[in-house]
Write a protein that binds this ligand. Structure first.
Ligand code: NAP
Length: 245
């Protein structure tokens, strides 16, 4: 029997464009209320308007994952308006020009990337977790990357073996650790915590050089957001199945 998702509440960080926007669009089509996390109000409101024009119940929420006051305010607003959060998608992420392989990576660039891609996710997740616990079947999805796989980074024959920005790849590896540990902590609850490699997708992050469409890039994250209660938790997935840590 097809599951019913109508009426659920989802928060997507970095949802004003790229993969996050597409995830919001697809969840909106399921009848889910989508909260469009964005750090720039103008861009967030623009995304909200576009999604509303397509019939989605979309609402901009100001959320800069590096600014704790916006995270606290967003959590308070969601608690007051909905009392729970069924789906949290930690999608916001950055790359940095100063990032690079370990011998030359600029330390400040590595810190900037970790700030958004790891500490940002950790602080949003901690703030939203009480609301996810209030949902009947909470789902937390981390938008990671194949570049965060230690196994693949160690494989010289991997097609992306030469892509070694320490900050970015490291941020996704520690995001994967967060996923495994949080899933373990929540093992006796209905909450699923999984991490996803979207695949190389044409977005602003890579100057639109990605080989996948945005729909393909969003697919596994959407699937993980909607998995049933008997689905696995604490896994690393891409379209087509499980991938190595
Ligand atoms: P994108 O088009 O550049 O979108 C990134 C989003 O994150 C934007 O909405 C951006 O907001 C937001 N963001 C950046 N810093 C933020 C902050 N401090 N607070 C809140 N939001 C912030 O990139 P994308 O490709 O869709 O990336 C989405 C996720 O997929 C990222 O986590 C990325 O690492 C991951 N990923 C992408 C690919 C790929 O090939 N594209 C592959 C693997 C993984 P602004 O518009 O304000 O900058």
């Amino acid at each position: 029997m097809a599951q019913k998702h109508e009426g659920k509440i989802a928060l997507i960080t970095g949802a004003n464009k790229g993969i996050g926007y597409e995830v919001a669009r697809q969840l909106g089509k399921e009848g889910i209320t989508v909260l469009i996390g964005a750090r720039n109000p103008q861009l967030g409101e623009g995304a909200e308007a576009k999604l509303k024009a397509e019939g989605a119940d979309a609402h901009f929420v100001e959320l800069d994952v590096t600014r704790p006051e916006t995270i606290t305010k967003a959590a308070e607003r969601i608690r007051a308006q909905h009392g729970r959060l069924d789906i949290l998608i930690n999608n916001a992420g950055v790359v940095d020009k100063g990032d690079g392989p370990p011998s030359v990576a600029d330390l400040d660039a590595v810190r900037r990337v970790l700030d958004v891609n790891f500490f940002g996710v950790l602080s949003v997740t901690q703030a939203m977790l009480p609301l996810v616990r209030n949902a009947a079947s909470g789902r937390i999805v981390m938008v990671s990357s194949g570049l965060g796989s230690l196994t693949w980074n160690a494989d010289p024959t991997w097609s992306f073996a030469s892509i070694k920005p320490l900050g970015y790849n490291g941020s996704k590896a520690i995001l994967n650790m967060l996923t495994v540990q949080l899933a373990w902590e929540l093992r006796d609850t209905p909450i699923k915590v999984n991490t996803v490699n979207p695949g190389y997708t044409a977005t602003d992050l890579n100057g639109n050089s990605g080989t996948q469409t945005i729909e393909e890039g969003a697919a596994e994250t959407v699937r993980q957001a909607l998995v049933p209660d008997d689905a696995p938790t604490g896994g690393f997935f891409e379209t087509g199945g499980v991938i190595p840590w």
